[in-house]
Design a protein around this ligand. Structure first.
Ligand SMILES: Cc1cc2nc3c(=O)[nH]c(=O)nc-3n(C[C@H](O)[C@H](O)[C@H](O)COP(=O)(O)O)c2cc1C
Ligand SMILES: [Fe+2]
Ligand SMILES: [Fe+2]
Length: 399
């Protein structure tokens, strides 16, 4: 796509990856993504970030439409993850920048990714600025949002925060701005991105938002590294980030399970009925019909997480092991949980699921096991668990 000048002398020079579906090998990106890079022109010209190596041709075309490569003075590397630094080798070769601005960790990561000690690294910290002549960039370390090297840049004259991966959405679109899109749709994708990538670092989100407040920077626009640029809904987006970072939850429950012969599915349905009867919003996922990243996107604002598996070779089914491992790493906190499952003789799976919930520091309301096929009385117990969980959900969600 052609470059877009969206503020005077500030250009989007990213690439739209329409066909991407597997984000970094662990999350699903059903709508593709974009890799956003930016050119800022003052008396000096700077290129902020690059894109995935697979998109190098489109990237250099976009940059060259805005400025000849040899006229770029500086590179800013906000993040060394390959979706943003993938064209760095070529960029440094062709641009021969005077300086490459990055955090200390950014330098270390560039060295261990590209093994070039001869590059002109310039390590910066929060509070340092780069006057370009007509434009001024203030650097902001965004450590652990979501790697140790992440950094943001604030363009003082425009109130523009280039936020790296924070505020990203996996969304391939021809539109470049949130005010050209449906806000709720955008927020849903931003939430899924948060749940799958940022959630473990929620404390760092709150710290970074506090730091920006201390610095007194008025934020008119937020330009993330993926998806659309925020300019119509900056306050709402920041509000959502604050909510998610505080792990605030709604009257919502997520039930996720796997099954061989559908007995555990019957239990899941009955638990859902009990919750629904009490007016709780419910999302039920059978692991064979969904991706783990779809589940955690719903866990983001769910007060209850209910895990089910029948017992298979003395343990939980493999897709549930995948789910639990993935969810644990994302560190959802402050929720209630329950575990359930059908079994034939030893029945270890529900206990293993409840241990996983405990490791996520969730209060485990119950661990339900049914031998083989649930009878009506067993399903009544499941439904009652749903009703009891609704009470816990109300307490957590402040209803
Ligand atoms: C390959 C296989 C391995 C199993 N291993 C165990 C086991 O180790 N312990 C146990 O209690 N049940 C075991 N079972 C029995 C199932 O847990 C039981 O059939 C259960 O009712 C299945 O529930 P589902 O229909 O929800 O899959 C196994 C079943 C199969 C097919
Ligand atoms: Fe990243
Ligand atoms: Fe990224």
């Amino acid at each position: 796509m052609a470059a877009v000048e969206f503020l005077p002398n500030v250009y989007w020079v990213g690439v739209v990856d329409w066909n991407l579906r597997d984000f970094h090998g662990y999350a699903a990106a059903p709508r593709g993504t974009t890799y956003n890079a930016y050119v800022i022109k003052g008396e000096k010209t700077v290129l902020v970030d690059t894109v995935s190596a697979a998109c190098s041709r489109a990237f250099f075309e976009a940059v060259e439409a805005v400025v000849p490569l040899e006229a770029i003075d500086y590179l800013v590397v906000n993040h060394v993850e390959p979706d943003h630094s993938g064209c760095l080798m070529e960029a440094v070769e062709r641009i021969r920048p005077e300086k490459i601005f990055c955090t200390a960790m950014g330098k270390a990561f560039m060295l261990s990714h590209y093994h070039r000690s001869d590059w002109p690294y310039e390590v910066v910290q929060t509070g340092q600025s780069l006057p370009l002549g007509g434009k001024t960039i203030d650097f902001l370390e965004l450590k652990m949002l979501h790697w140790p090297d992440n950094m943001g840049c604030y363009v003082r004259e425009d109130g523009l925060l280039i936020s790296s991966d924070a505020f990203g959405q996996n969304w391939a679109t021809s539109e470049r701005f949130d005010d050209e899109m449906d806000f709720n749709e955008m927020a849903g994708l931003m939430g899924s991105y948060y749940a799958n990538i940022i959630l473990p670092f929620s404390e760092h989100v709150l710290k970074a938002l506090g730091r920006v407040e201390e610095l007194g920077w008025p934020i008119r626009m937020i330009a993330p590294s993926h998806g659309v640029i925020l300019r119509g809904h900056v306050e709402e987006a920041v509000g959502l980030y604050r909510r998610w970072a505080r792990q605030e939850v709604a009257r919502k429950a997520v039930i996720v399970y796997d099954t061989m012969w559908k007995s555990t599915a019957l239990m899941a349905e009955a638990i859902a009925e009990g919750l629904i009867e009490k007016g709780v919003t419910v999302r039920v996922f059978h692991m064979k019909a969904c991706h783990h990243s779809d589940v955690v996107a719903e866990v983001l604002d769910a007060a209850a997480v209910i895990l089910g598996s029948s017992t298979h070779n003395n343990g939980m089914l493999p897709l549930m092991a995948d789910m639990v491992r993935y969810m644990e790493g994302l560190r959802p906190r402050g929720r209630v949980g329950a575990a359930f499952g059908s079994y034939g003789w030893s029945g270890e799976a529900p206990k293993q699921l409840s241990e996983a919930l405990e490791r996520m520091r969730m209060k485990v309301c119950d661990v339900l096991r049914v031998k083989n096929v649930p009878a009506e009385a067993d399903l009544a117990v499941c439904k009652d668990l749903g009703r009891r969980l609704a009470g816990e959900v109300d307490a957590l969600a402040g209803a």
